[in-house]
Ligand binder design. Structure first.
Ligand SMILES: Cc1cc2nc3c(=O)[nH]c(=O)nc-3n(C[C@H](O)[C@H](O)[C@H](O)COP(=O)(O)O)c2cc1C
Length: 395
């Protein structure tokens, strides 16, 4: 159990808004596999255009979605009503947007979702393919999705309208496509936001087919900027969560690239109360949810954490300006039993500290910069820093 924005969640796992959350039976399945909550598919009063799902995938890197079928108001309302009948205990975030100048319509839409049974409103300030793409191409677009999330003033204004329209918590989902995520998060908090969702969606393009030159997305002609999900969102995601957790005193749903329990734990340690995933479930199924929850629970047991809250923000104390980092002096040593003399450690172009002698690398501590790349790339784990001996070689 973990409390978030005044609501009790049976665990921290939220299924992110996507094709996973577009049908009541899918949401029920997510609940049966252990999810505490889900964010329903993006709902408009009336969506500006109708498209089908089109994506690009690279299992090592991630997925990009350039278009998806969204929901109109009636569909969003019925999704929430039907899901509440099938899985009454699944906490529902209603993911909504309104791409128009009449900002009051955000409130109208949110109230309809509250009346349908939504537990929280998640204004979508993230979707890059709504209008951000048009703006980046020099065309005009009415602020919606990521365009709202790029303007602290607009985000604050929309949150205020939502807060006066509904009695349930408001949790804006922010775009990472900004210079300073904390400025937008702080503006949302000033507007009365109860929490913030930060979950991937960096503006992206898939690689061009080098020989066809035109084939980038499956089953689509042309290339539009899309929203990134999957492993490549993780490291930037950790930074976003930690920055917001440090500056803004409201809870966070953290995500972007959560593929296993370790990633979920990372997000919590960097300051997220809840975690959310989409791409991993689209690739590997709802079966991943119990694996993530089991892994988290075992980890908590090993660490002596007695509640999910114990993880939240535990790594934040360690963040400091680069100038204040403590410098540990050490030079890698070679395990001659493991080393087969392959010479990969001599490759880093900036390094002039390693020489091969009798088929073994010899490292000059006077020249070693301490970058740790030779340790990281050695396929036989034959290099390690002595200072970490007894801690598994490397941290
Ligand atoms: C096909 C697809 C559709 C999505 N639709 C929505 C949406 O309707 N609303 C939203 O806020 N995010 C949407 N997202 C973004 C995800 O909810 C999530 O924030 C993002 O994919 C990063 O998380 P991940 O790395 O776990 O996928 C969508 C993502 C994908 C892949």
């Amino acid at each position: 159990m973990i409390e978030f924005a005044g609501i009790k969640f049976r665990n921290p796992f939220v299924v992110a808004s996507s094709p996973l959350t577009v049908k009541p039976f899918l949401l029920k399945r997510a609940y049966d596999f252990g999810a505490a909550a889900a964010s329903t598919k993006l709902t408009f009063i009336k969506q500006p255009f109708y498209q089908k799902l089109r994506m690009y995938h690279d299992p090592k890197v991630g997925s990009i979605v350039c278009v998806d079928r969204r929901l109109d108001l009636g569909e969003g309302v019925s999704l929430i009503e039907e899901t509440k009948k099938l899985a009454p205990d699944l906490v529902l975030f209603a993911n909504i947007t309104h791409p128009g100048e009449d900002l009051e319509s955000w409130g109208y839409l949110a109230k309809a979702m509250e009346d349908a049974g939504a537990d929280l409103i998640e204004p979508n300030f993230i979707c890059p393919n709504l209008t951000l793409t048009a703006e980046r191409l020099g065309q005009s677009g009415e602020a919606g999705g990521a365009l709202t999330g790029q303007s602290p003033n607009l985000a604050r204004e929309v949150v205020k309208i939502l807060k006066s329209a509904v009695n349930i918590p408001v949790v804006p989902k922010l775009t990472p496509n900004v210079t300073d995520i904390t400025a937008v998060a702080a503006a949302c908090a000033e507007g009365g936001a109860d929490a913030i969702t930060l979950a991937g969606a960096q503006l992206s393009l898939p690689p061009v087919d080098l020989y066809n030159l035109d084939h980038v997305y499956e089953l689509a002609e042309g290339a539009s900027f899309g929203s990134l999900g999957g492993p490549s969102c993780q490291l930037q995601g950790y930074a976003m969560v930690a920055q917001v957790a440090k500056r803004v005193d409201i809870p966070i749903v953290g995500g972007g690239g959560i593929m296993n329990w370790q990633h979920a734990a990372q997000y919590m340690l960097w300051g997220a109360q809840l975690v959310t995933a989409c791409t991993s479930l689209m690739w590997y199924g709802f079966e991943l949810i119990p694996k993530i929850l089991d892994g988290l629970e075992k980890y908590m047991g090993e660490m002596g954490f007695t509640s999910y809250e114990d993880l939240v923000g535990r790594a934040l104390y360690n963040i400091r300006p680069a100038a204040d980092l403590g410098m540990i002096q050490d030079t890698p040593v070679v395990d001659s039993e493991r080393c087969n003399g392959c010479g990969l450690c001599l490759r880093p172009a900036h390094c002039y500290a390693i020489e091969m002698k009798d088929d073994l690398p010899v490292i000059d501590s006077g020249k070693c910069l301490g970058c740790g790349i030779c340790v990281a790339i050695c396929p036989r784990k034959a290099l390690s820093f002595p200072v970490y001996a007894g801690q598994g070689g490397r941290r």
